[in-house]
Design a protein around this ligand. Structure first.
Ligand SMILES: [Zn+2]
Length: 379
């Protein structure tokens, strides 16, 4: 239960937090190019009196609130990057209860809400319980970022991290399990030629079609949920040319470590078998996210975290949150046996589309959930 003092604080600072969301949401931050938000946030935190804020090599803005360099840690993160490549301000407008802007929910609203708690803690210093606390506005969560920010944080603090929270997504569900993935760019090159004059020469498109057929003949392993996909394909020259070059992007995913290994073997065997003297295949790994590997002890602790988060979400939304598997910043700590959860602080729609919006009325619910979730680690 939040004290009356904190409830008052939330009421008094709701407008300011909303204004910050409006400002930050418009600052462009494509994955791997988050510098503008990095500068803005560093300046902001320092203007609030935060000491020791630093940017690491992955472009994470890190604020160790309480870290003596030795004690075990809980890390709270929300990501700065968005899926949109824009380098000019992102378009924002209000439509009734909707605050519309690409990336406004994923993940700006969660980040700003986490920052509201950070500001409170700066103005009302509190002692942590048994764990030191690190706040991170992290980079590289989205596709092309390949979890760069989370990887860097786990590299820096992983050996001392006891618990990990990624505030991402909405108020309705909690991600407890990591879906791993491996993504490949596969290209086929061959001699090609005139479609009439050189008929019979090998064709790169026909070659890659066999790769695709082999992939789609696979039976997925029984452990967890496993999927595969061929997502894009391009190449060839003209209707009367035997294609010399074609490339495609494909992936497999699974929530289970054993299935990941089996799928890796399947994919590599296909790539090897279909690489012939006639059609030369080249395979490049363009993305790799590990899936979870919690042992029994860590799983137990994660269950405790889950029950706590679920009861907070239920208290303020009136609904039992769902539990599920997903590809989030938690993939990295979960693969290192660190109990982790992912959930967020708003209701909205359209993540990863230009029509994305958050329900303004849901933000206040989220503020309460954030304070409750984070202050649980303080005395
Ligand atoms: Zn996100």
């Amino acid at each position: 239960m939040l004290s009356q003092e904190i409830r008052n604080y939330i009421s008094e600072h709701s407008q300011e937090t909303y204004d910050l969301l409006v400002k930050l949401a418009q600052i462009p931050a494509p994955s791997n190019y988050e510098e503008k938000r990095v500068d803005f946030l560093t300046e902001l935190l320092e203007s609030w009196g935060a000491k020791g804020v630093y940017t690491d090599e992955a472009l994470n803005v890190v604020f160790p609130y309480d870290d003596d360099g030795e004690k075990p840690l809980v890390v709270f993160m929300a990501h700065t990057d968005v899926v949109f490549p824009d380098t000019t301000p992102l378009p924002l407008h209000v439509d009734g209860d909707k605050l519309c802007c690409p990336g406004v929910g994923d993940d700006t609203a969660n980040l700003v809400t986490m920052l509201m708690v950070v500001k409170y803690l700066l103005n009302h210093p509190m002692k942590t319980k048994d764990l030191g606390v690190i706040f991170v506005a992290n980079s590289g969560e989205e596709g092309l970022g390949n979890l760069k920010g989370s990887r860097q944080i786990c590299k820096t603090y992983g050996s001392r991290m006891k618990r990990f929270y990624s505030f991402d997504g909405g108020l309705k569900g909690i991600t407890t399990d990591a879906v791993g993935s491996s993504r490949f760019k596969v290209s086929a090159t061959t001699i090609g030629g005139h479609s009439y004059g050189k008929f019979g020469n090998p064709n790169a498109i026909a070659g890659i079609a066999e790769v695709i057929r082999d992939i789609y003949s696979l039976t997925v392993p029984e452990y967890g949920k496993t999927t595969y996909n061929v997502g894009t394909i391009s190449g060839g020259t003209s209707v009367n040319t035997i294609a010399q070059y074609v490339e495609m992007l494909c992936e497999y995913r699974s929530s289970d470590l054993r299935s990941m290994a089996i799928m890796e073997d399947h994919f590599q065997k296909i790539f090897k078998d279909r690489n012939t003297d006639d059609v030369h295949l080249e395979v490049e790994l363009v993305g790799s996210r590990p899936c979870g590997a919690l042992d029994e002890t860590a799983r137990k602790e994660q269950t405790e975290m889950f029950e706590q988060a679920a009861s907070i979400l239920k208290e303020y939304t009136g609904k039992e949150p769902t539990a599920g598997a997903g590809s989030t910043d938690c993939n990295i700590p979960l693969s290192m046996n660190i109990p982790s959860l992912c959930y967020g602080f708003y209701n909205g729609q359209g993540a990863h589309t230009r029509e994305e919006y958050v329900e303004i009325s849901s933000l206040k619910i989220g503020y309460h959930v954030a304070f409750e979730s984070i202050l649980a680690y303080f005395e």
